[in-house]
Design a binder for this molecule. Structure first.
Ligand code: APR
Length: 179
């Protein structure tokens, strides 16, 4: 059974196998989580991102997809970069946000990661409402998480985000029975 935990804090300080980055398609850094990961992770992450662009993603990492690099100086083995959808009031892009969590978990499992830290993807610069972002995150992770992942840790940057994720977790009820 996989544990889903909540932490209020800075995702770049988590000691886990994989840290998920709320990146943009360029994979060349940005603000928010992306900026923090590159700042604390050091130039090795950007170098690996440039290699990803040169080898697999010439046009950039598409929204909803995920790709892993070294974690550089971070206390993790990998950073899994994923590109969330920008919030739209007229178009339902939920499927793309679901895909971010699913794809990041798939990449984590393929790598053999046992512990994975997620930020609240798209809920910052990309403007996704926190309550809906939390619901999608919790529901998707509960459905999609698989061995060898043993812990999924949502790392929330502030009290408000933490509260919304706690509500979403409670609303999902007790863990689904194994099997
Ligand atoms: N640790 C944990 N959570 C953080 C941190 C941090 N160090 N910094 C920010 N957050 C939170 C934000 O408060 C927000 O709730 O992460 C969530 C996602 O916010 P963003 O990092 O802005 O990511 P997103 O909304 O997905 O926008 C992605 O922002 O940084 C750029 O390059 C990135 O263009 C891309 C866009």
């Amino acid at each position: 059974m996989t544990a889903i935990t909540l932490v209020q804090g800075d995702i770049t300080r988590q000691q886990v196998d994989a840290i998920v980055n709320a990146a943009n398609s360029s994979l060349l850094g940005g603000g928010g989580v992306d900026g923090a990961i590159h700042r604390r992770g050091g130039p090795g992450i950007l170098e690996a991102c440039r290699e990803l662009r040169a080898s697999h993603y010439a046009e950039g990492l598409p929204t909803g997809r995920a790709a892993a690099t070294t974690a550089g100086e971070l206390d993790a083995r990998w950073v899994i970069h994923t590109v969330g959808p920008v919030w739209s009031g007229t178009e339902d892009r939920s499927a793309l946000l679901v895909s971010c969590y699913r794809e990041a978990l798939r990449v984590a499992a393929d790598l053999g990661a046992k512990t994975v830290a997620f930020p609240a993807i798209s809920t910052g610069i990309y403007g996704w409402p926190m309550d809906d972002g939390a619901r999608i995150a919790v529901r998707t992770v509960r459905e999609a998480v698989a061995d060898p992942v043993e812990e999924v840790r949502f790392v929330l940057f502030d009290h408000y985000a933490y509260g919304e994720f706690a509500e979403a977790l409670a609303a999902e009820g007790p863990e689904a029975p194994p099997g």
